[in-house]
Write a protein that binds this ligand. Structure first.
Ligand code: AMP
Ligand code: GLY
Length: 425
């Protein structure tokens, strides 16, 4: 088979590495890919959001299967367009991807089908949000832009002044464009967060092993929100008991709700959960693999990923037994100094050979090859990933490797996995 993967970050690199293990696969293409991905797949300079461009590329290279990884093309209907052109795909259609594309949709769905989540109210005018927050006078408050916002559409103001400023930016200055036409104001929940990615074909839902993201830029969960600075799997807060409760109250009801709405979800559904004192609740749904969750979940997958993708495509996932490695996996993100704000690009990366280093897997997120040299080209640059018999072992391997990889002003968190370790010990 020839498989085309749409996207160009660390998540896509992790997908490609796993697809490469499949005996069914002869070659992998990626668009646009990146410097590190080019060691594992043929990269084509077609943007991941260019639907016509991707359909044409799939035709040109005669792809047998297309995996659409990022949120924006899924929400915009890339899978629909590929299916219409006759391609087998992995990823939800637009009418199901809306579960991530609109927070108003997902909150209303959860309310209608009694799926546990934070209480909420929807607003379409900045003044109304501000009056509501004033009247309620409970902080921190949680304010979310309705649409996609590069993972930055959630603000958690501690004061009314902060809230007013944030609402104005989203609803009046439109820093996220039309995504800010509506906002959701939510109850502030507390408790450890767990990410659970799940395979589903609409008939069956098969959760993958759990993981924990580290969203803030700095140690101790300080600093700005980022796309994710590191992950560990498994997540110790996701006990068997919690898993069972999630299956009964969240996973199955969500799949059934989407079916009832005529929006069958086929692909990877990401459940962002908070384990509150009142039980697990949904913080967010994503219509795709998480980044950098994928980087710690897929290395633990033992089953051929193409078997899973094909089973979802043919709606036979119930018949497939999916096997996982018991070992722990950790990913430490090395980012450009300045990320998530502005940062330089084009800095030479040393310490890697053909993009890799012995003993770990280096997933490339923001790298390019320039004049034969590997250089930085994005905010998150590398995800240094290791498997270990224990979480400590895996973390030591990841961090030992991080010490050997250099680029000017590299920034990484020193405390990835520490919260998980505390929960275990
Ligand atoms: P999201 O983009 O929806 O994942 O939100 C980003 C982060 O904001 C989450 O990972 C949580 O840490 C936090 N968050 C979102 N919703 C809530 C909530 N209702 N209560 C507390 N924290 C929240
Ligand atoms: N790591 C969070 C996400 O992929 O949305």
């Amino acid at each position: 088979m020839k498989v085309l993967v749409v996207g160009g970050g660390g998540r896509e690199h992790a997908l490609i590495r796993k697809i490469k293990e499949s005996p069914k696969v002869d070659s992998i293409a990626c668009c646009p890919g990146n410097g590190g991905i080019s060691y594992d797949a043929e990269c084509y300079p077609v943007s991941a959001i260019d639907i016509d461009g991707v359909v044409n590329l799939a035709k040109e290279i005669k792809a047998d299967f297309v995996v659409v990884a990022p949120d924006d093309p899924l929400v915009a209907g890339m899978v629909d367009a590929l299916n219409d052109a006759g391609f087998a795909t992995f990823g939800p259609k637009a009418n199901a991807a809306i579960i991530e594309g609109s927070k108003v949709f997902s909150k209303d769905l959860m309310l209608k089908y009694n799926i546990p989540t934070a209480e909420y109210k929807v607003f379409d005018k900045a003044d109304d949000v501000i009056s509501y927050l004033k009247e309620k006078n409970e902080f921190p408050a949680v304010i979310k832009a309705d649409g996609l916002a590069l993972g930055k559409g959630v603000i958690i103001p501690e004061t009314l002044e902060e809230a007013v400023a944030g609402v104005k930016e989203i609803m009046e200055d439109k820093i996220f464009g039309a995504s800010g036409n509506n906002v959701v104001v939510e109850e502030f929940l507390t408790g450890p967060e767990v990410s659970v990615l799940a395979f589903t074909d609409g008939k069956c839902v098969k959760p993958m092993v759990s993981s924990m993201d580290h969203k803030r830029a700095l140690d101790g969960d300080k600093g700005l929100n980022t796309g994710g600075m590191g992950t560990v799997s498994p997540n110790p807060y996701y006990t068997d008991e919690v898993a069972k409760e999630c299956m009964e109250k969240i996973f199955i009801p969500t799949i059934e709700a989407m079916n009832k709405e005529g929006r069958t979800f086929k692909g990877c559904l990401y459940f962002g959960l908070m384990i509150t004192p009142k039980g697990p609740k949904v913080i967010e749904y994503n219509c795709r693999f998480g980044d950098p969750e994928t980087q710690v979940v897929l290395p633990r997958l033992k089953t051929d990923i193409m078997d899973i993708f094909e089973a979802i495509n043919t709606e036979t996932l119930c018949d497939l037994d999916i096997q996982w490695d018991d070992r722990a996996c950790t990913c430490v993100i090395m980012a450009s100094g300045g990320y998530p704000k502005s940062y330089p690009k084009g800095l030479e990366i040393s310490g890697l050979e053909n993009g890799q280093l012995d003993g770990v897997t280096v997933y490339h997120a923001g790298t390019a090859i320039k004049d034969g040299k590997l250089v930085t080209s994005g905010g998150r640059v590398l995800g240094v990933t290791a498997l270990g018999d224990t979480l400590e072992d895996a973390l030591k391997k990841s961090y030992d490797a991080v010490d050997k990889i250099k680029f000017e002003n590299a920034h990484y968190r020193k405390d990835i996995g520490q919260k998980a370790l505390k929960a275990v010990n």
